[in-house]
Design a protein around this ligand. Structure first.
Ligand code: ARG
Ligand code: ZN
Length: 886
């Protein structure tokens, strides 16, 4: 391998040349594809004759011309990564290249490749350089045309960005299509699709009356499964008009579903390409979670049309400018389409389960990273999910209207530009004349801030004080941190559990009024900006219970001095539903940690009756949303609890979680049984909040019950499995049966495969259910499944289901004999030769190896070392593995 080169944000330079127009012409053949590019080049400074360096990887150069004249030897250099024009003419010129590529041999699934016989592209981040020689960087924005020529019977549908302006038949059974995109775009938004596809067609009329043709393309047999995707697209288009004032800007919008795709989906201008699992759904084959994911991701990619495409990133370090903002937008969209609290709970759980560990490990990086070896490694939960939290904090600080003023100004200022995170910050600030103190640190400092808070009540003075102290833990390259600007939304509960009206707060030598325009205020946002800081509420008639960080107003770890009684009180009464859930989770985490200590001492495990009572009250509270109840009775995940331990102990955490679940099931069996009976689905599947909430609650209850050793329950779960009329219920019942090894499990798994073997998306669920199972010695099973006829290591979804699923089961992946590590180590090396992006995602499972005991550390480290020393290792895997070892 060439010595991998690290790229730094501080080295950003403006390009020497801009590209104005780009005319591409593809001849798609079975053996090879020929790409002709005609680019009008404009030097940035007049008279500059710096070399023009074009990126290009795995390309065969056929010819290169400037202003129509073929270049001769010495006038250019070609290497494995670049084409360099040594002394281009001064002034504008036309560059023409012809290259050949081999899409059918492209297993990396970036650039132009084949998926199930069809051609498709994935260019973000740096895949365009695998298509043609180009300045492959997002600050090069040009107008494109794209001509596609191919055999008509093999590839009847030819798609690219923008409008179709010409098409026709050619000699020899070929045909062509010519597409023109009127909007300037960076090359990462280029897309091409060719193949045997059919479309579901619909229309959307925008707020200004433009009629947009909507088309969702799939292989013919999948077309019936696109109804929900179309519904989602139309809902997203309407929502973006209503909430952000953003209208769609072309007469056509295409979505293509492909089975082989590294990521979720891609926002190419007017030609979004999707991983099929995020488009295709029917009640019989997709779960509620799938339906919700489709809604969110269709929204996400559509929203990119403004946040990403019309306004794009100057360089890849700014990725969160578009991704953090667009995730925030899709979260808000899903909230408005369903339950806001439940959506928030899900998003915060995701942050805690995946982003907190990343922020505390060897791959920790700021929302805007300072450097990378492979940009693909930085499409992370930090850039996406923590980035979305950063955007959310602007809204928390400015309110809905102020936030909207900020986004309006952002679009007004930067439409058609490639900009930075500061530009977004400045628009928010300037539109509101706001003081954001050192808020920009959220973009540059990695690590999850730890905020401690203690409270005291002074009965005589009728004041209540909150004392905050914060630290940001060291992360690679950042040993010392500055205090951050943390918005803490807070309210005070009186002894009856009601919110107290807040009057004023003494802070920093000043008394500030909270109440505004005569309206009582129950939640205020404290601006915590220093290492240590105190806020004192005045006119507090009785000792309150504080409800802090309402709605999870900042991505921090909050450690408060609330007692268990306070937490049970908040669980029962807080008007902020998110914080009711949160109080239950804090209690559950404490309980689990205390029992982990017991387990490690070989003391018997016990379950606090007050906890059981708290859960029971939630279960029986008919005023609560059913999906909220399901969330509130779900224990924190094993990873989340391990994350709180000095030395992570997967066996102990697993045993404890299992113990508590079983105890709850046996003590609340009657209640759980009632929930199952009362919440069975009606015949017809409806994807709306009410119906989904019923199913979720019923299936959560069923999952608890199935942990019991009980004939009657086994019968019940089998009955639910057999009578299920949709995949949500069927799969939940299957998962419940699969908890325990034995004949019932084996039979159900075999039955399920028989029923669904024709549907690869359902088969992936079947793989994932087995691979992520906690049954002892599961690695052997997973090994066997690798050679199952339905498995294919070249398909990312199958790898994520089988290998990714396995790594998600702490007991088996971290098996003390090292079998799990060895399994993953071997797979990563094999996978890397085919698809470095997928291999790199898999190798990340090793990254927190230092959190475990010495035996495990040694075993994991040995695998990482073996990987790093493998021949021909990709930069992708090298970066993750070597940083993990450092
Ligand atoms: N921009 C895409 C999204 O909507 C993700 C592209 C990821 N590509 C990659 N090579 N990692 O989030
Ligand atoms: Zn995105």
């Amino acid at each position: 391998m060439d010595a991998p080169k690290e790229i730094f944000l501080k080295d950003y330079k403006l390009p020497d040349y801009y590209f104005d127009t780009v005319d591409l012409s593809f001849f798609l053949g079975e053996e090879k594809t020929t790409v002709s590019a005609k680019i009008s080049v404009v030097p940035r400074v007049d008279g500059g004759a710096a070399p023009l360096v074009l990126d290009g990887v795995d390309l065969k150069l056929i010819s290169v011309k400037i202003n129509g004249n073929e270049l001769k030897e010495g006038e250019f250099q070609v290497g494995p990564r670049h084409l360099i024009l040594t002394s281009p003419p001064s002034g504008n010129f036309i560059l023409e290249t012809v290259t050949e590529i081999l899409p059918h041999k492209n297993t990396s699934l970036e650039g132009l490749y084949k998926s199930s016989g069809n051609f498709c592209t994935q260019c973000e981040a740096e895949g365009f350089r695998k298509i043609t020689f180009y300045q492959d960087r997002p600050d090069i924005m040009a107008k494109y045309t794209c001509r596609i020529e191919a055999n008509k019977s093999l590839y009847p549908v030819l798609l690219s960005n923008g409008n179709l302006i010409e098409q026709g038949d050619l000699e020899g059974g070929n045909h062509f299509a010519l597409w023109e995109d009127p909007f300037k775009k960076p090359c990462y938004l280029f897309a091409l699709v060719a193949g045997q596809l059919e479309s579901r067609d619909d229309t959307f009329t925008t707020c200004s009356g433009r009629k947009v043709a909507l088309k969702i393309w799939t292989p013919p047999q999948d077309l019936p499964k696109t109804e929900h995707a179309m519904y989602s697209l139309k809902a997203a288009m309407k929502w973006d008009e209503d909430v952000f004032g953003r209208e769609y800007d072309l007469d056509i919008f295409n979505i293509v579903s492909v089975p082989d795709f590294n990521m979720g989906a891609m926002e190419n201008k007017s030609l979004n390409i999707f991983n099929s699992k995020l488009v295709l759904a029917s009640p019989e084959t997709a779960t509620d979670a799938d339906y919700a994911a489709i809604l969110g991701v269709i929204g996400h990619e559509y929203f990119h049309n403004w946040t990403g495409n019309r306004v794009t990133c100057r360089d890849w370090f700014q990725l969160s400018l578009k991704e953090g903002l667009t995730v925030f937008r899709d979260q808000e969209f899903s909230s408005d389409m369903g339950s806001r609290t439940v959506k928030r709970i899900g998003d915060v759980s995701k942050l805690r389960t995946y982003q907190f560990p990343q922020d505390a490990g060897p791959m920790a990086h700021p929302v805007r990273p300072h450097s990378y070896i492979k940009m693909d490694n930085f499409y992370t939960v930090t850039v996406y999910e923590k980035g979305a939290e950063v955007v959310r904090m602007y809204k928390t600080l400015l309110g809905s209207q102020g936030f909207r003023k900020g986004t309006d100004l952002y679009f007004e200022r930067h439409d058609g530009q490639a900009v930075t995170c500061e530009d977004f910050f400045a628009a928010m600030r300037d539109a509101n004349d706001a003081d954001f103190a050192n808020f920009l640190l959220w973009y540059s400092q990695a690590g999850t801030p730890i905020v401690k808070v203690t409270s005291s009540y002074n009965a005589e003075a009728r004041t209540f004080s909150l004392k905050f102290s914060q630290t940001v833990p060291p992360t690679p390259g950042q040993p010392v941190k500055e205090p951050m600007f943390i918005p803490v939304a807070a309210g005070l509960l009186d002894s009856s559990g009601k919110d107290m009206p807040l009057s004023s707060i003494y802070h920093d030598g000043k008394l500030e009024s909270v109440a505004c325009c005569g309206q009582p205020v129950y939640t205020t946002v404290l601006r915590v900006t220093k290492g240590e800081e105190e806020f004192t509420f005045s006119d507090v008639p009785e000792k309150p219970i504080p409800s802090l960080l309402r709605g999870y107003s900042a991505p921090i770890r909050l450690q408060s001095d609330l007692t268990d009684d306070d937490l049970f009180f908040l669980l029962a009464h807080d008007s902020d539903e998110f914080n009711r859930w949160e109080a239950g989770q804090i209690l559950a985490r404490k309980l689990m940690l205390s029992q982990v200590a017991n387990f490690q001492k070989s003391s018997p495990l016990v379950l606090d009756p007050q906890f059981v009572h708290g859960i029971k009250c939630i279960l029986l509270d008919s005023s609560l949303d059913k999906e909220f109840i399901a969330k509130a009775i779900t224990l924190p995940g094993e990873g989340e609890v391990m994350d709180l331990m000095e030395v992570a102990d997967p066996d102990a955490v697993h045993a404890v979680r299992k113990f508590i679940r079983k105890q709850l099931a046996s003590q609340l069996k009657h209640e759980f049984l009632n929930l199952v009976k009362e919440n069975r689905s009606s015949e017809k599947y409806v994807f709306d909040h009410t119906n989904m909430a019923r199913r979720t609650l019923k299936n959560t209850a069923l999952g608890y019950l199935a942990s019991l050793e009980d004939e009657e329950i086994t019968e019940l779960v089998l009955h639910e499995y057999k009578t299920a009329t949709n995949m949500t219920d069927q799969f939940s019942a299957l998962a419940a049966i699969a908890q325990k090894p034995g004949k019932a499990r084996d039979d159900a798994l075999a039955d399920f495969y028989n029923q669904w073997q024709h549907d690869y998306l359902v088969v992936n669920k079947w793989f994932a259910l087995q691979s992520s199972s906690d049954i002892p010695g599961n690695v052997e099973n997973v090994h066997k499944l690798l050679s199952h006829q339905a498995f294919d290591i070249k398909n990312p979804n199958k790898v994520y289901s089988l290998i990714g699923g396995f790594c998600a089961s702490p007991v088996n992946f971290h098996a003390k004999d090292g079998s799990g590590y060895k399994f993953l180590g071997e797979i990563v090396v094999q996978l890397d030769k085919l698809n470095p992006q997928v291999a790199s995602r898999m190798v990340s499972a090793f990254s927190r190896w230092k959190r475990y005991d010495e035996t495990r550390q040694n075993l994991a480290k040995a695998q990482l070392e073996k990987i790093v020393s493998a021949n021909g290792l990709s930069e992708n895997v090298y970066e993750i593995a070597s940083k993990s070892l450092a």
